[in-house]
Design a protein around this ligand. Structure first.
Ligand SMILES: [Fe+2]
Length: 203
């Protein structure tokens, strides 16, 4: 088998497990329907600092979500990682501890115009500053934990399989302590516009 075929197999295994998760989890399926038109596209590999942090992080357990964690970890060296922000918006340390890739979406590894699913990694002892975006968003925690804070809402520590909804333009921030966190970030409606850091004094 060529390496491209191996990669295709990895991508499809991850997609199939996440599709099963969708049919088992009402929070996910109520937020947005699983797209039935997914097409795997050729997309360049792009490595950033967190790619190795995720590829070396495996779950020792065998639950559905642990299988997904390990499939995503295996995909890490083959995906197009992004930071999303520039050094003008956030500091260099943050850029070394944060990253995401668009697994599914309009510019994702799997193409669809129905939604976007980003795989989001945040290292331990990291603060992802307050930010917002037009898209409605659902976080689904795959593994690890973090404190989620959002405008007009109680802050909460989220762990594996927990979800949290952010309304359009509702500012939110994420803080990790001794654990890192791996999440799915699902966007629907108006997912063309990127996320922007916001000044806490201006909300
Ligand atoms: Fe967000």
């Amino acid at each position: 088998m060529t390496s491209m075929n191996n990669n295709e197999e990895l991508f499809n295994q991850a997609k199939n497990e996440i599709e099963k998760l969708w049919s088992d989890n009402k929070k996910l399926s109520d937020f947005v329907n699983w797209p039935n038109d997914l097409i795997l596209k050729e997309k360049n590999t792009h490595k950033i600092n967190v790619a190795d942090k995720l590829s070396t992080w495996k779950s020792p357990n065998d639950n559905q979500v642990d299988k997904i964690h390990n499939l995503i970890s295996n995909l890490s060296p083959h995906v197009h990682w992004e930071n999303g922000y520039s050094e003008n918006e956030v500091n260099r340390e943050f850029l070394n501890k944060y990253g995401f890739f668009e697994l599914i979406g309009p510019t994702g590894h799997f193409l669809t115009l129905e939604m976007a699913l980003y795989v989001n990694f945040l290292d331990n002892n990291t603060h992802y500053p307050l930010h917002n975006h037009e898209a409605e968003e659902l976080y689904f925690i795959v593994s690890g934990e973090a404190k989620f804070e959002s405008e007009d809402e109680e802050s909460k520590i989220l762990k594996s399989t927990d979800t949290r909804f952010h309304k359009s333009y509702q500012a939110h921030s994420i803080t990790t302590f001794d654990k890192k966190i791996l999440s799915f970030v699902i966007w629907k409606n108006k997912f063309e516009n990127v996320s922007k850091i916001v000044d806490p004094n201006n909300i």
